[in-house]
Design a protein around this ligand. Sequence first.
Ligand code: DSN
Length: 451
Amino acid sequence: MTAHPRAPSPTTFRAATAPPKEMEASVQRVIRATKDHSKFFEDAIPLIASENLLSPYGKELLISDLHSRYAEGLPGERYYEGNQWVDEIENECLSLARRLFRCNFADVRPISGTVANLAVLKAMTEPGSTIGSCRLADGAHISSASFGAFGLRGVKPVHYAFDTARMQLDVDATKKILLQERPKVCLFGLSLFLFPFPLGELQETLKEIGALGWYDGAHVLGLIGGGQFQDPLHEGCSVLSASTHKTLPGPQHGILLGQTEDADLVKKLQSAAFPGVTSNHHLNAMAALSVALAEHLAFGEEYARQTVANARALGQALSDRGFDVLCSDQGFTRSHTLAVRVEREGGGEPCSKLLVEAGIVTNKNLLPGDKSPKHPQGVRLGTPEVTRLGMKEREMERIAELFDLLLHRGKSAAEVREAARELKREFRTLQYCFGAGEPAYKYYDLVSRSS
Ligand code: DSN
């Protein structure tokens, strides 16, 4: 038989067995990079709006034996043996989720926010359906792009009208679009999420066209749980999908929540979660999520309030120093996120690169009106992680001062990095959780040889 021209030769197979020493060196390189990464973040001012820190109990559960196990299906209806404690954990997680979000349906099997969105798309739409959503240029998540989850499901977006000056839907124009296009599902949610959606004002229109409301609350989940943002499941949305590691300081995972009496919709969502878009649902992450939900029930209100207060204070402090922070006439934000136009300072990419050199971690961000998606004129800032570390309004002033020194007053990245490190030295432990005061960036040396 002729070999396939691309089949690996026997020599390639032999070469795959590499000497243990060489491979151990490879492992050590990964460990070293992980430690360097942790050290960098320990010294840095972390301002990525979508990132947060897991609590000590959460971390411990992530590296537990749960990580090695499978459990498909729902509690009591598994496809594997040995799942009795997993069932207990999942039931606890579901009940905490329903309690925190004051709703009657939860599913904690999606393994990320995008996977949760795929589950909703599978449950609530058909290929070819039209679906109301925001444009990427207005701050929507890549799930709603044709090259993202929308494209995978083959749904066609009907874009809302967005008032870029207010970073908010234009309600009247959006109503007209909805009445004309009549999508059966309307998605609300953003990755540049500054203000609550006017869900109440759109309620009548959604009813009139028979559309289901779907809210992607990934960014604001912890603010919703902490009662500091709109409560979409009680403002007319049937389903909320989210990731669980942004303003909710949980593990990287996903969640579906609902307030609905529609048993058919619940069944569709559950079967979309499994077997639709997941097989195993990362049981270690689910256990860590239970901790995050319980901690949020205990500390979430205070944490969410401070997160928003910090974002507004940072917006004001930056604006006082001459930065063009969007929506100054509306107090900059009602969430954890700020959008800063840094055109005068050189643009989104040069600024975010200089900032990270100075130990301040942000991301470049497309802003409405940007001429080229390749050259965004904004940086997005977020306060979830600095708040988690115990920073308050006065530290937001200090952070704004670092921005000013670096981007307006010609201080070198090295000088600012030293000042950032000084500030961070005071804020390296976890707050708003059980076991508060534990080091936030600790690397666990489980194998003593790995140091
Ligand atoms: N990529 C995330 C963000 O930074 O907003 C959302 O998934």
